[in-house]
Design a protein around this ligand. Structure first.
Ligand SMILES: [Zn+2]
Length: 199
């Protein structure tokens, strides 16, 4: 899925109106699995000066980069973090707020992985790394027009629109609500320019 979709869906599913302090760990947990990719793209584009085709067809698949990407997309690693945080929560009552934030951050990472699992064809991650190198190869893609990308993206953006209804009530500041609206508008603009033109 697209990163903004993960953020909005995760906030809608994990967010609590009475606990706005959890919004920030949920946000970062939804971002984390994709952050290494942004770093990689920035490096490849600006520092290594590669062209788009080389970046996504070759360098992206190099084992070095794949290990970094997959560490951030690992369900077992996120579960381990939750286990440690639960232990801390039990035995160090003073650290409860920190432990709660960590639990929601890791839960948000897991939700991100579960949302990605069914919509990646040949660009999926090893979600069970380091225990298994298994990659689920789905018949549908969140972007690739050759694998129903147009319909899947439409479903994704509609789901995000629905989730935004709830996220709106979780956000406290005007500029965050504005950001939510801009994200939705951007998705539909992207959809129109990527899938509707020339088809
Ligand atoms: Zn992802």
């Amino acid at each position: 899925m697209n990163t903004p979709s993960h953020v909005i869906l995760n906030l809608a599913l994990l967010g609590r109106r009475s606990k706005s302090q959890l919004n920030s760990p949920i946000f970062w947990g939804a971002m984390l699995p994709d952050l290494a990719m942004f770093g990689f793209y920035g490096w490849a584009k600006l520092i290594a000066k590669m062209d788009e085709a080389t970046i996504w067809r070759d360098t992206y698949y190099e084992p070095f980069w794949q290990n970094i990407f997959d560490a951030g997309n690992s369900i077992p690693l996120a579960l381990l973090v939750i286990g440690i945080a639960l232990w801390v929560r039990n035995y160090r009552p003073n650290w409860q707020a920190l432990a709660d934030g960590t639990i929601f951050l890791a839960a948000s990472v897991i939700l991100h992985c579960l949302a990605d699992l069914p919509v990646h064809v040949d660009d999926g991650h090893r979600h069970f790394w380091p225990f298994s190198n298994f990659r689920f190869e789905s018949p549908i893609s969140y972007w690739d027009p050759d694998h129903h990308g147009g319909i899947v993206a439409l479903g994704e953006f509609l789901l995000v629109l629905l989730a935004s209804w709830r996220v709106w009530t979780l956000l406290r500041t005007r500029w965050l609500r504005a950001l939510l609206m801009i994200s939705n508008a951007f998705m539909w603009f992207f959809y129109a320019s990527f899938y509707l033109q020339g088809s």
